[in-house]
Design a protein. Structure first.
Lengths: 152, 451
């Protein structure tokens, strides 16, 4: 699976190290006709670069705000909770809704994610139908129902 | 965290020991100083008494000498002069004593230096009269005595003596007060100092007990427990995260296969895809079961008083919802309250009731009975059913992990339920056992200690 989305027209940033899960998520969201608005990064470091326009993302247009970030917790290099800390600790990014999408059912992770300011926490079900259903519902909620603040 | 705690206990102990030593040292120092002061004061008081007695003696000596002189002058008999020499010597001695015992007092020394020529003059007067009587006879001596020159000297000496006594009395007063005061202070310092020292010593004792004994007993256990805990945690994490991911992919892509290429699959192909999906779901359940079993091993037991009757009733009603249409007679005996972790004990009841409902599934009229027996030290709770039962020769396998006495087709399940029951009960310090007969039913007992 390749990124075909223009980096200046991203609504959903998907931070996911498993290509299989990434594909399932895209499949779930594609039913909302937003497949071309999803951008996939495979590790925490790239996520931070994308969000803060550093590294290879310095050229990303800052006037096109993200509508939601789907964040896995177990990630190579910089883990999900560290990425979350950076997002919620910065004035310009803290209002972006962050949905944790993880396999971890550990209460410790759940509590810590909310403590750090996560807006939602979804445990990936093993059952793919439930997974796709959960993700498309979450996508619908955060992209169509939820009204985010206008970020300048 | 453990390390910093260890250091702080060590440091605390050292500081406490140091404090104890300081307190006792201070008490000793104060006591010694107080003793020295008492000694000085007492010495001073003895001096005061000595000064007073010497003054009295000196004045009385002079008076006695005068009496001797008068007696001799009147009678001319030498016998009257017999004590005179001794009195003179004594007066001299008393004067020296006065000089000695007031050596450190400038005021008294001044009085003494004023008194000395007066005494000299007084003695010279007495001496003169005695000489007159001896050489010139009664008349001349009587005339000299009648002049009463000595009286003025005596009065002056007595006046100075009185001043000296006043001085000594005030000194004595000061010394007495001082002694009383330092006595009170010393007593309280020694008393409170000792109490404080004793309390500190007790603290040290406690700290040493906690640090040394506690360390010896707990350290290896604690480290092992922490290590085991960490390993279990890492294991759980990896199980819940890594083992699930491929399963989801298997399930998800099989589904995609059916959705996107369903048209190209015949019925057998679709059935095979369904088997794959059903197996991944079963595998998922097994992972969850294993995880819950592993968590039970190290989860902290939060002990509370549990209303067993209410809990069992609630759990049964919840479990009953699995198959609401079935005909089950539920008999509830008395279940005394007990101390334990409410969430864990709830799991015990949940497992026993779902099992009872599940294994009576093939009975027309199912019967489930709960009750208890109390032997004073512990309470045994039981769940009895008239279900499928089991062969007693396999009773040892009942509570094992993933051990099943029935096929999945017969009765579904992962084989973790009773293993969880056993683990929970044993972690509460209790025991489990079971009785059964094939086709007639089984009874599961769990015994929890009273606390």
């Amino acid at each position: 699976m390749e990124n075909t989305t223009n980096i200046n027209e991203v609504d959903v940033l998907m931070v996911e190290d498993s290509p299989n899960d990434a594909e399932l998520i895209v499949r779930a969201l594609s039913k909302l006709n937003i497949a071309n608005k999803i951008y996939w990064v495979k590790d925490g470091e790239e996520a931070v670069d994308f969000i803060f326009r550093t590294g290879k993302y310095t050229a990303r247009n800052e006037n096109f705000p993200l509508k939601v970030i789907l964040l896995d917790l177990k990630l190579p290099k910089v883990n999900g909770l560290e990425v979350l800390t950076k997002i919620k600790g910065n004035e310009s990014t803290k209002t972006i809704p962050v949905v944790i999408v993880t396999s971890s059912q550990e209460e410790k992770d759940l509590k810590e994610a909310y403590r750090l300011g996560a807006n939602s926490y979804i445990v990936k079900p093993i059952d793919a139908s439930s997974f796709i259903k959960a993700l498309s519902e979450a996508g619908l909620y955060w992209l169509a129902i939820n009204k985010p603040p206008i970020i300048k | 965290m453990v390390l910093s705690k260890k250091i702080s206990v060590k440091t605390l102990t050292a500081v406490l020991i140091f404090l104890v030593v300081v307190v006792f040292l201070m008490v000793s120092l104060f006591s010694y100083q107080a003793l020295l002061r008492i000694d000085t004061d007492e010495y001073g008081m003895i001096h005061s008494y000595q000064v007073q007695s010497s003054l009295d003696m000196l004045i009385s000596d002079l008076g006695d000498m005068e009496t001797a002189e008068r007696g001799y002058v009147i009678t001319g008999q030498k016998s009257f002069l017999q004590p005179y020499a001794a009195l003179l010597a004594d007066a001299d001695e008393q004067f020296r004593a006065l000089q000695g015992s007031t050596a450190d007092n400038a005021v008294q020394q001044q009085y003494l230096s004023e008194m000395k020529p007066l005494i000299g003059a007084k003695i010279a007067d007495l001496q003169g009269n005695i000489s007159l009587r001896a050489n010139g006879g009664f008349g001349a001596a009587q005339a000299s005595v009648s002049l009463d020159k000595g009286k003025a000297f005596t009065n002056s000496i007595k006046a100075i003596g009185a001043n000296m006594e006043t001085e000594e009395t005030s000194l004595l007063q000061i010394r007495t007060n001082d002694l009383t005061q330092s006595d009170v202070m010393t007593k309280s310092i020694v008393l409170w100092g000792s109490i404080m020292g004793f309390l500190l010593a007790l603290l040290v004792d406690y700290a040493i007990y906690k640090f040394v004994i506690g360390e010896m007993v707990r350290k290896p256990l604690l480290e092992e427990a922490l290590k085991a805990d960490k390993e279990t945690e890492a294991f759980s994490y990896s199980v819940s995260h890594d083992l699930r991911a491929p399963l989801r992919a298997i399930d998800g892509f099989t589904q995609i296969l059916v959705e996107d290429y369903g048209g190209k699959l015949d019925d057998e192909g679709k059935r095979i895809a369904e088997v794959i999906r059903a197996s991944t779901v079963q595998m998922g359940k097994l992972i969850d079961s294993l995880l819950s079993f592993s968590r039970l091993g190290h989860a902290e037991i939060k002990e509370v008083s549990i209303a067993m009757g209410a809990l069992a009733d609630e759990v049964y009603k919840e479990a009953r919802k699995i198959s609401p249409d079935r005909n089950i007679e539920f008999v509830m005996g008395t279940l005394p309250d007990i101390k334990g972790d409410a969430d864990m004990i709830r799991q015990v009841w949940t497992n026993l009731f779902t099992n009872a409902i599940k294994f009576t599934g093939k009975k027309e009229k199912a019967k489930i009975e709960v009750g208890s027996t109390d032997n004073g030290k512990s309470i045994t709770y039981y769940v009895k059913d008239n279900g499928a039962g089991f062969d007693m020769q396999y009773v040892g396998k009942l509570f094992g992990v993933f051990q099943r006495l029935h096929s999945v087709e017969e009765f579904e399940g992962t084989g973790i339920g009773l293993a969880n029951v056993k683990r929970i009960v044993e972690r509460h310090g209790g025991t489990v056992r079971a009785e059964g007969k094939v086709g007639e039913g089984s009874t599961f007992y769990f015994t929890l200690p009273k606390k």
